[in-house]
Design a protein around this ligand. Structure first.
Ligand SMILES: NC(=O)c1ccc[n+]([C@@H]2O[C@H](COP(=O)([O-])OP(=O)(O)OC[C@H]3O[C@@H](n4cnc5c(N)ncnc54)[C@H](OP(=O)(O)O)[C@@H]3O)[C@@H](O)[C@H]2O)c1
Length: 294
C-alpha cells in the first residue's frame, strides 16, 4: 500500500496518477481538507483521509489505524513558499521539521519512505557549478536551510530523499492553477509574459518528477539522496519559449526580464542559478539523456 502525505498538491496529484498507472497498489492519500479534493483525483483504489501533520493526536491515531499494513510513504506536506518561510520561520519549522520528525517516529511498518526535497539546499551555482548529491549544501534562505535539515532527519532515520529542481506542468487540481497554466493563458490570449532570463534551474515536469520517484520506489532503490532533474539548465524564459513553441504562438510574446532588475519582488534571498547533476539518476535507469518534457 502507498501512503501519500500532502497528496492534494501539485506534485502529490501527479504522484497519485503515476502510482495508479504504474502499479496495482491501493493508496491512502492525506490532505488537510478532503472536501477540496476534485473528482479527477478520486479513484476506487484511493482512500482520502483528513490529516493535518501538525496535529499530533491526529497523526498518532492515523499511524495507529495503519499500523499493521506494509506501507510505501511519500511525504510531501510542507510550508514551502520561501517568502512566507522567511516571514514565519517558527510556523514553517513546526511543519517542515517538528511535524516531519514526529511522523517519522510515529509510523510503524514502513517498507519505503521518500522525502521530496529541493535544489534550494545547494545554494548558488557559482561559476556554473553543477551540484552532485554528495556536495556540501549551502542554502541561501530559511526554506533551503529547513529542507537541508529535514533531509538529514529523513536520512538519519534510514530513509530516502530525492532532490527536485523547479517543477512545471499543468495543474491537475481543479482549485489551484500552476504558473504553467498562467503562462499558457497569457500566451494563448496574446498578453505575453515577462520571464527571467538570467536565472537557471535543471527544470523537469511534474509528470517526470512523479514517474521517476515511483519507479525508484518500485525498484526498491536505497540511495540516500537522488537528484531528479534534466540534463540542461533552463531559465524561466527558456521554458516560456518551449511552451510558446508547443502552443504554436509567436515566441516574441515571451519577454526576457532580469532578476537583477526586479529587486523587491522577493522577500527571501534566492540563488541566482542552481544546476543539478543527474548522472546517478541516469545510471540507475540506464538513460542517455533526460530533457524537459512538457
Ligand atoms: N513544486 C516544485 O517545484 C518543488 C520543487 C522541489 C521540491 N518540492 C517539494 O515538493 C513538495 C510538494 O510541493 P508542491 O509543489 O506539490 O506544493 P503544494 O501544491 O503546495 O503541495 C503541498 C501539500 O502539502 C500540504 N500541507 C501543507 N501543510 C500541511 C499540513 N500541516 N498537514 C497536511 N498537509 C499539509 C498542502 O495541503 P493544503 O492543500 O491543505 O495546503 C499541499 O497539499 C514540497 O515538500 C516541496 O518542498 C516542490
Amino acid at each position: 500500500m502507498y501512503c501519500i502525505i500532502g497528496a492534494n498538491g501539485f506534485l502529490g496529484s501527479y504522484i497519485l496518477k503515476s502510482i495508479l498507472n504504474k502499479t496495482q497498489e491501493r493508496v491512502v492519500a492525506c490532505c488537510r481538507d478532503i472536501s477540496l479534493v476534485g473528482d479527477t483525483l478520486k479513484d476506487e483504489r484511493i482512500t482520502w483521509k483528513n490529516l493535518d501533520i501538525c496535529d499530533f493526536d491526529a497523526v498518532n491515531s492515523f499511524c495507529n489505524e495503519y499500523k499493521s499494513e506494509d506501507k510505501k510513504i511519500v511525504y510531501l506536506a510542507a510550508y514551502h513558499n520561501p517568502d512566507l518561510v522567511e516571514k514565519n520561520p517558527r510556523t514553517a519549522w513546526n511543519t517542515n521539521v517538528t511535524a516531519l520528525s514526529f511522523f517519522l517516529n510515529a509510523m510503524e511498518n514502513v517498507s519505503a519512505f521518500y522525502y521530496p526535497s529541493s535544489d534550494s539546499v545547494y545554494g548558488n551555482s557559482i561559476d556554473g557549478k553543477v551540484f552532485k548529491e554528495d556536495d556540501k549544501t549551502n542554502p541561501v534562505n530559511t526554506y533551503g536551510k529547513q529542507k537541508a535539515l529535514a533531509e538529514k532527519i529523513v536520512n538519519t532515520y534510514g530513509y530516502q530523499v530525492v532532490r527536485y529542481p523547479f517543477l512545471i506542468g499543468t495543474s491537475l487540481l481543479s482549485a489551484k492553477k500552476h504558473f504553467y497554466d498562467s503562462i499558457v493563458e497569457n500566451l494563448k490570449f496574446g498578453d505575453g509574459m515577462d520571464m527571467f532570463s538570467d536565472s537557471y534551474r535543471s527544470t523537469i515536469s511534474f509528470k517526470q518528477a512523479a514517474d521517476y520517484l515511483v519507479d525508484l520506489i518500485e525498484m526498491g532503490d536505497k540511495h540516500p539522496i537522488v537528484n531528479i532533474s534534466s540534463d540542461k539548465a533552463l531559465s524561466k524564459y527558456d521554458v516560456g519559449i518551449i511552451i510558446a513553441e508547443k502552443l504554436g504562438v509567436d515566441k516574441n510574446l515571451v519577454r526576457a526580464i532580469k532578476v537583477e532588475d526586479s529587486e523587491g519582488i522577493f522577500v527571501a534571498k534566492r540563488a541566482s542559478s542552481t544546476i543539478m547533476d543527474n548522472k546517478l539518476l541516469k545510471s540507475i535507469f540506464k538513460l542517455e539523456e533526460i530533457s524537459l518534457e512538457i
